[in-house]
Design a protein around this ligand. Structure first.
Ligand SMILES: Cc1ncc(C[n+]2csc(CCOP(=O)(O)OP(=O)(O)O)c2C)c(N)n1
Length: 409
């Protein structure tokens, strides 16, 4: 639905914060950041609301609520010793969920470790949760939903993501890759190699940079001397755009246009940034496919991981202005005020989230695994030292029984 009668792409080039609330309560109000919703969740006066069905709007809300519920339960499970170290995503659901809704199911998602909302949209929670319990099957199963295994080695997935995008292009498959990473990843060589390759070979890659304020305890100001992460794209000859990552509809709109650009569909009016892709052509008069860097400006509400204590490096009060931009509250206000949801609909979304997450936990906790599995997947042929460790473990299990290795409750 377009409530302003304009094309969503028209305004991507001209971020307009006019009408947005006071910057004292809205850390993004004065920034050059594309937005659809104001801090309260009302469409900004000049904004273009994406043309989605009522059902699609509600699906975005439902997935936001499910992602938050998953996050809360995952932190709690870690505290109870039922999963391992976990990276919370509260505050960042709008970008992961909004951007994934803008992709086709055939498009590939390659992510760092915090964009759980993408997995929720692809309906893979039950398959994925076992990863956080140490089951290799958790990463294997999500591949069926076109999600690459998550990646802890910062930025190490980006050259692979670009390679996959290049392969799609080579095979004429009309698929794009959304590669997610944090601001800290932009300091890694892998990021620059991937960006350069994508720019030179025009791979259909969306570089989704989550500028969440921090890389563990390093603030963004100490991470880069660039004014923005988005502007780094200029060095590689393609476009960078900044978007409010806590605004699910803006995240959707910018990703939809960037995906069209990456597919070579032109991306509307090509207003995703200020690059020169309109001047390029694939030879048949059509715009050439081009990568895009999207900087999602957002904030990590919680700890870096469950092993981190953010009070050691930031004042808890610093989080409050960002909490006022909570993507779930904004989406709910938008849906309520446009008559798309009521109390009953909100309750139904919450019940759905509770059920999906509870089912995922039950499924994950009912899995059993062979201890030898932990040696199975990294190497085609196990190096001698790991072979020795595996044999020692298996001999010990044989001698003492598996129960001797289980942690006591
Ligand atoms: C190559 C590499 N170096 C260092 C680390 C340790 N490390 C884990 S998370 C992290 C911060 C990453 O920050 P960012 O990319 O901004 O993502 P965020 O955690 O904020 O989502 C670092 C340095 C790592 N995992 N991999």
């Amino acid at each position: 639905m377009d409530e302003n009668g304009a094309d969503a792409a028209d305004s991507l080039d001209s971020p307009d914060a006019s009408g947005s609330p006071d910057s004292a309560t809205d850390p993004l109000a004065d920034e050059d950041v594309y937005r659809v919703l104001d801090a309260a969740g009302r469409p900004l006066p000049d904004a273009t609301v994406p043309e989605l069905s009522d059902e699609q709007f509600r699906a975005i809300y439902r997935d936001l609520v499910t992602t938050r519920r998953f996050d809360e339960r995952a932190v709690s499970l870690q505290r109870q010793g039922r999963i391992g170290t976990y990276a919370p995503c509260a505050g960042q659901e709008g970008s992961a969920v909004g951007s994934t809704h803008a992709l086709a199911d055939r498009d590939l998602i390659s992510y760092q470790y915090r964009e759980h909302g993408a997995v929720v949209v692809r309906d893979l929670l039950a398959e994925y949760l076992p990863y956080w319990m140490g089951h290799e099957s958790g990463t294997e199963a999500i591949a069926a939903g076109n999600v690459f295994p998550l990646n802890i080695g910062i930025a190490a997935h980006l050259p692979h993501a670009v390679g996959a995008a290049w392969a799609f292009d080579y095979r004429d498959e009309d698929r794009v890759v959304a590669a997610h990473f944090g601001g800290g990843a932009t300091s890694e060589g892998d990021f620059h190699e991937a960006m350069n390759f994508a720019g030179v070979f025009d791979t259909p890659t969306l570089f989704c940079c989550h500028a969440n304020g921090w890389a563990i305890s390093i603030p963004e100001a100490d991470q880069t001397a660039s004014a923005t992460f988005a502007e780094k794209a200029a060095a590689y000859g393609f476009e960078g755009v900044r978007v409010d990552g806590m605004d699910p509809l803006a995240s959707y709109a910018v990703t939809a246009e960037a995906a069209a650009r990456a597919r070579g569909d032109g991306g509307g009016d090509g207003d995703c940034g200020d690059g020169d892709s309109d001047e390029e052509s694939s030879g048949d008069g059509e715009p050439a496919p081009r990568p895009v860097l999207i900087e999602f400006v957002e904030y990590r509400f919680g700890a870096h991981t469950t092993a981190d204590d953010p009070t050691a490096y930031r004042d808890p009060d610093d989080v409050d202005p960002w909490r006022a931009l909570d993507p779930i509250d904004r989406m709910e206000t938008f849906l309520r005020e446009t008559g798309r949801i009521d109390d009953e609909g909100v309750a139904a979304a919450r019940d759905h989230a509770d059920d999906v997450v509870a089912d995922a936990i039950d499924a994950a906790e009912s899995l059993s695994a062979d201890p030898a599995d932990m040696f199975e997947y990294a190497y085609a042929e196990l190096p001698p030292e790991l072979r020795r460790q595996r044999d020692e473990l298996l001999a010990a299990v044989d001698e003492h029984g598996e129960d001797a290795f289980l942690r006591g409750e």
